[in-house]
Design a protein around this ligand. Structure first.
Ligand code: PHE
Length: 339
């Protein structure tokens, strides 16, 4: 009976199975229970020995049962742990669309990486700036119209939202860790009191400048030509036109061949974007004015430098044919998801 019990317990695969066998052996009419009732048939002097034997057997069978019960519970637990809890690869019930960088951010990163590949170091600075860094040290005369209440957002006396990224020239040149030669690019938001299809009160610029001994206009034009070719492709026509900014001398604006109507042979068909001229202005530039060097404590006899600045929205609008700058700040997903 002991062997029989061992065998049926070990071959039980489920708890229910096991309990059934347990009942057959030890239940009210179980085989072992019946065995106990046979004690009466033995002579009186043997009954206690037979009873003790049966009880020992009962005890053994009971502990075999307990052991198997624990074994089954353990292997059930182990099976459960071996199961993959849920399928991680299963697609979710609601499908979220994947986001991406704003088109201005994309163009900004592209412009910065072009200049980084040309050897410029990337710097960043604050949007709230002192009048000194934004205007005075850039040699704006005190009565210059750009310093007017009409053109700038003043935060307090002598403090404003920067109107251009040229503040970074001053910040770098007056930095205690200044080491020359120095080539820096910096991009970020700027603010002006403007609002129409091509002007927004907040927009983005990228500024670059290089200071070393014997830097000249040829270095400026060479750098900006290399930049234009990386942005618009090899052979992109560029030209510099004289222009005025208080902090450069000479000053210029750079045009690139109209990205919409210039033909491979160099001629152009004329279009609205370039006003039939075949040229599109993309940036302002020039040689850093000796007065700026003086204001920033740099020896302008020994060092020269060039600087340039451009609007990022303008580059993006030309790149993607966006007709109204305000589209870029409305956060309409139908617009944003097309980039
Ligand atoms: N800061 C000028 C602007 O905002 C651009 C510029 C930068 C011009 C550097 C010359 C040199 O229009």
């Amino acid at each position: 009976l002991r062997e029989h019990a061992h065998q049926v317990f070990q071959t039980s695969r489920t708890e229910a199975d096991l309990r059934e066998h347990h009942a057959k052996l030890l239940g009210k009419r179980g085989e072992l229970t019946n065995l106990l009732s046979t004690i009466r048939k033995y002579p009186a002097d043997q009954r206690s020995a037979v009873g003790a034997g049966i009880n020992a057997l009962k005890h053994d069978v009971e502990s075999m049962f307990e052991a198997r019960l624990r074994g089954l519970a353990q292997s059930a637990k182990a099976d459960e742990l071996r199961q993959v809890p849920f399928d991680l690869g299963l697609p979710g019930r609601c499908q979220f669309e994947r986001g991406h960088l704003h088109p201005i951010h994309q163009v900004k990163d592209e412009l910065l990486s072009i200049f980084r590949s040309l050897g410029f170091v990337v710097a960043s600075g604050p949007e709230v700036e002192t009048e000194e860094n934004n205007f005075t040290k850039l040699a704006f005369p005190p009565e210059h119209p750009a310093t007017d209440m009409q053109d700038s957002f003043w935060v307090g006396p002598g403090v404003l939202l920067r109107t251009h990224t040229s503040n970074m020239q001053v910040r770098e040149m007056t930095s205690p860790d200044l080491k020359l030669p120095l080539g820096v690019v910096s991009a970020g938001p700027v603010y002006r009191r403007d609002d129409d299809v091509t002007h927004s009160p907040m927009f983005h610029q990228i500024e670059g400048f290089l200071i070393d001994e014997r830097v000249g206009m040829a270095d400026l034009k060479g750098t900006l030509t290399a930049f234009a070719e990386r942005l618009y492709g090899p052979g992109t026509p560029v030209r510099l036109r004289p222009s005025y900014f208080p902090f450069v001398e000479p000053g210029a604006e750079m045009d690139v061949g109209c990205v919409f109507c210039v033909r491979p042979d160099g001629g152009h068909d004329g279009c609205r974007v370039c006003k039939q001229t075949g040229w599109i202005e993309i940036l302002g530039c020039g040689m850093i004015h000796p007065e700026v060097f003086r204001q920033c404590g740099i020896d302008g006899e020994r060092y020269t430098g060039f600087a340039f600045g451009m609007g990022i929205e303008r580059i993006a609008m030309l790149r993607y044919g966006i007709p109204d700058i305000r589209l870029m700040f409305e956060n309409d997903l139908r617009f944003l998801s097309s980039f």
